[in-house]
Every structure is written in C-alpha cells, then in structure tokens.
Design a protein around this ligand. Structure first.
Ligand SMILES: C[S@@+](CC[C@H](N)C(=O)[O-])C[C@H]1O[C@@H](n2cnc3c(N)ncnc32)[C@H](O)[C@@H]1O
Length: 238
C-alpha cells in the first residue's frame, strides 16, 4: 500500500474561498473546465439524476458552482428543475452568471453565501450537488450539517472532490493529462497544473471523508472512490 502524505490545505483558506482571485485568470479557468472537464461533469449529473433518482420537477442546490458548468449541464438536461448555486467568490459568481446567460439557461441562478451557514430554509431542496469544492471548506462537518438541514427528507445528494491518495496509475495519468493541458495555449496551463496539484494535496481520502460524515448529520451518506475522485452520496434507490 502507498503511504498517503498529510493533507495540505489550500493557501487561501483564510477566506474559505478557494482560489486566490488575484492570481487566477478566472476566464482561463472557466475555459479549461468547459474544454477538459465537460465529460466528467456530464457523468456526475447523470449519476445524480438517474442513479440517485433526483425529482425531475424539484429544486437543486449546487455548492461552489465556480464557473457554473455543472449547473448549466443539469439545467439543460432537466429544464423543469430549478437550480440555485451558492458561491462564495464574487469573481466566480460574475463568470458563472455570464456563462449562464451565454448558454441561454433560464432555470439556474447563482447567489452569494458560505456553505457552512446557508441562507436557505430547512427542507427547501430536493437535491444537493457539489464538485471540487469540499477541499476548500473550512468547516466541512458544519457544511454537511447544513446539507442535511436544507435537504428534504427524501432528497438526494452527491458531493464529489479530488482524492489525495491517487494510485500509481492515476498519478501517471494525471502527469500525462496535465502535461497535455500545458501545451494548450488557450488556457493558462501552468496555472491550472499548479491549481490541480494543490487541490489534490488538499483533498480527502475515503477514510477521512467517512470520519467527517460520521461526525455530521449526513452519516447516511455512502462513500465512493473513483480514479481521481472521492464522493459522498445518498443511498442508491433500489
Ligand atoms: C475548484 S472550484 C470548483 C468549481 C465547480 N464546482 C467545478 O467543479 O468546476 C470550487 C468552488 O467552490 C467555491 N467555494 C469554496 N468554499 C465555499 C463555501 N464555503 N461556500 C460556497 N462556495 C465555496 C469556490 O469559490 C469555488 O468557486
């Protein structure tokens, strides 16, 4: 078994928001996500809708939508669902709002707020989805408690993020993929490569995620490991 290095939280944890906004080219980040991660976003949305059984007429919360591509994908797939993105970063909110408008999506809005103290009523969502945000949360247990509070009792959720304990094969693939991104001059490759690495180092392992969930009101969650990701989701409907 490979030894897992200790977790290194991301640099900008003082605010809870992620990304050092002064240093990151938000437009480049948005283009990078759209170009290279669209397939992953689509898979996550399909899992949320089909495997977890999201109410197709329901209301969905996305935590930390960033440039908004997941919410946009969901809103296009299920136009009858209303999607609310809760986003801490004002710059990210601006980029997301612009992307939502350009994609002609009417059922997705992004609002300001911190996921550890959400500005929503109890039992107000049929689904909660989040990707790539968990490793930025300063208070993950409080945030899981908030998910449990705002979700209806029959609601579904998936919270996915990069895992720190990459296998040797995943590490090799990561090096190849991030090297490839470096050759793409239309996105800020070096910045993305650095951001990807720091987010891996700040990621949780499945065991760490299980312990956080067990300390919260979201202990019914199932933990799933994939090549690059670890996620917590509501039990699959049989
Ligand atoms: C790496 S980005 C991921 C963006 C998007 N979900 C994706 O997968 O492409 C993480 C996002 O989470 C947001 N975020 C971090 N902590 C947050 C919090 N406590 N509440 C709300 N948003 C948060 C950040 O501002 C950032 O936009």
């Amino acid at each position: 078994m490979r030894r897992v290095k200790p977790r290194v939280p991301e640099a900008d944890e003082t605010q809870g928001a992620i990304i050092d906004e002064a240093q990151l080219d938000m437009e480049g980040y948005s283009r990078f996500c759209k170009r290279y991660l669209a397939g992953e976003y689509q898979k996550l949305v399909s899992f949320f809708v089909n495997d977890l059984g999201l109410n197709p007429q329901g209301r969905v919360l996305e935590i930390g939508p960033g440039p908004g591509w997941i919410g946009i994908c969901l809103a296009k797939e299920l136009p009858s669902v209303g999607v609310v993105g809760l986003e801490l970063s004002p710059d990210m909110r601006r980029v997301a709002q612009r992307n939502i408008q350009q994609e002609g999506v009417a059922s997705f809005e992004v609002v300001p707020g911190d996921a550890s103290a959400m500005p929503f009523e109890d039992d107000s969502f049929d689904g909660v989805i989040s990707n790539g945000s968990l490793h930025h949360w300063l208070a993950p247990v409080a945030t899981f408690d908030e998910v449990a509070r705002v979700l209806k009792p029959e609601g579904v959720f998936v919270i996915s993020d990069g895992r720190r304990d990459l296998s040797l094969g995943a590490e090799v693939l990561y090096q190849l993929l991030s090297g490839f991104a470096l050759l793409d001059w239309s996105v800020p490759g070096r910045q993305m490569r650095r951001g990807w690495r720091t987010s891996i180092e700040a990621g949780y392992t499945a065991l760490e995620l299980r312990a956080l969930l067990d300390a919260s009101r979201l202990s019914i969650a199932v933990v799933r490991e994939q090549l690059f990701d670890v996620s917590a989701h509501s039990p699959l409907r049989s």
